[in-house]
Design a protein around this ligand. Structure first.
Ligand SMILES: CC(=O)N[C@H]1[C@@H](OP(=O)(O)OP(=O)(O)OC[C@H]2O[C@@H](n3ccc(=O)[nH]c3=O)[C@H](O)[C@@H]2O)O[C@H](CO)[C@@H](O)[C@@H]1O
Length: 372
């Protein structure tokens, strides 16, 4: 048995794959300690995993504004000191970083104390933290077809996004029943990633009447800081009712993804991996201000694989027509579902665990991995 330290907080997209890997490691008889941030989204997401061990670390996103930059450096220093203490106490077999500001302190501390460092990049354009830390890593997992310059080939493995084990497709009627959704028509999920998307929330408010007239109900995950729980009903002439549900955060992603006929979403790597796992067709509007435009790269690659339709944010005025055309086009929805099933054939978790076990075994005093 080995202990692994996993730095994965800051956004849902960084935290969820850390949870997925920790679940796999614990299932394989190891210990996992997850380093998360103090942000609300982390606190909310970890509530559903009381069986896992989480340690909160200082840290905040990078800013070039003078005060923001000073704060970033101060928080990194505090995070580094906490990481040194934690590593000395837990003596992990390896440190795994999922990118973002939270990976920096612990990765540097681990490297300086002589521990193996492993990094995982979820996006098709590697983020600043992963680019900066890649030279310290013994192993770096990148999405298929993505490269990072000047890394020795033995360091790189291509790997998908680890998805939490409870995220799996349920029959649509079961999912709707579990969520207490009683609409008879189509259901559209609107989902702006772990922090919500103001532009998508606004689109729902402005376009719900038109969608409702087509008997399309909406389940909108607004984000924790962008609204409160609520429901709006729209009675149709034939007596049927279409509803718009507004929910700030959801702990039951498998159910909402299975209940929906179609999702309108941002292009976070985690969102895309979960649409694939739950075989849910989507229309994706990449967040235009994401670092290095990585959401557009994620979305375009997914579209090339036949998993989604991309609408640029500047064309959001065409989104309502696009949704109505797509959600009633059974041929297109079935084609997308077939493509999603094809993309869902492999899980990266078991190969990552075997790889981490062999990295652990190369360290003196660590157990050798068992042969299959
Ligand atoms: C604006 C920005 O830069 N966003 C980035 C951030 O996205 P973001 O944090 O939005 O992440 P993703 O879309 O990758 O994943 C969101 C995760 O949060 C979970 N979730 C979300 C809402 C909710 O109510 N309940 C819930 O459980 C989802 O199930 C999923 O597991 O990290 C991702 C991974 O590096 C990047 O690809 C995104 O580009």
């Amino acid at each position: 048995m080995s202990t692994f330290l996993i730095a994965c907080g800051g956004t849902g997209g960084h935290l969820a794959p850390g949870i997925a890997l920790a679940e796999g490691l614990v299932g394989a008889g190891h210990e996992a300690c997850l380093l998360i941030s103090n942000k609300d989204v982390d606190s909310r997401l970890v509530k559903s995993y009381p069986q896992l061990e989480f340690v909160r670390s200082p840290g905040c996103g990078m800013s070039w504004k003078p005060l923001g930059f000073l704060r970033f450096q101060w928080e990194q220093l505090r995070s580094f000191i906490l990481a040194v203490r934690l590593i000395r106490r837990r003596k992990p077999a390896a440190i795994v970083g999922f990118g973002g500001f939270l990976s920096v302190g612990v990765t540097l501390a681990g490297f300086m104390l002589g521990y193996p460092v492993v990094l995982h990049e979820a996006n098709r354009r590697p983020g600043r933290a992963i680019r900066m830390l890649s030279g310290l890593a013994q192993r770096i997992y990148l999405p298929e077809g993505t490269q990072l310059k000047s890394l020795p080939p033995q360091t790189v493995r291509h790997s998908g996004y680890p998805v939490r084990k409870e995220i799996r497709r349920l029959p649509q009627d079961v999912a709707r029943q579990k969520l207490g959704i009683q609409v008879s028509g189509k259901l559209l999920l609107v989902f702006g990633g772990s922090q919500g998307a103001v532009a998508l929330n606004k689109w729902v408010t402005e376009n719900f009447d038109r969608l409702a007239r087509e008997n399309i109900s909406v389940y909108c995950l607004t984000g924790l800081n962008h609204g409160t729980m609520g429901m709006v009903e729209h009675k149709l002439d034939d007596g049927q009712v279409a509803c718009a549900y507004f929910v700030p955060f959801c702990d039951r992603m498998a159910e909402v993804l299975s209940a929906a006929d179609l999702v309108v979403s941002r292009a976070g790597a985690g969102s895309i991996a979960e649409f694939i796992r739950c075989h849910t067709p989507s229309i994706i509007i990449p967040f235009p201000f994401a670092a290095d435009d990585h959401q557009r790269a994620n979305a375009r690659f997914f579209e090339q694989q036949g998993g989604t339709i991309v609408v640029e944010q500047e064309n959001i005025s065409s989104l309502t027509d696009e949704v109505i055309d797509t959600i009633f086009n059974d041929w297109l929805l079935n084609k997308m579902r077939e493509n999603l099933e094809r993309l869902d054939r492999t899980s990266p978790i078991e190969p990552m665990i075997r790889d981490l076990e062999s990295i652990a075994a190369e360290r003196p005093g660590q157990p050798r991995p068992q042969q299959a």
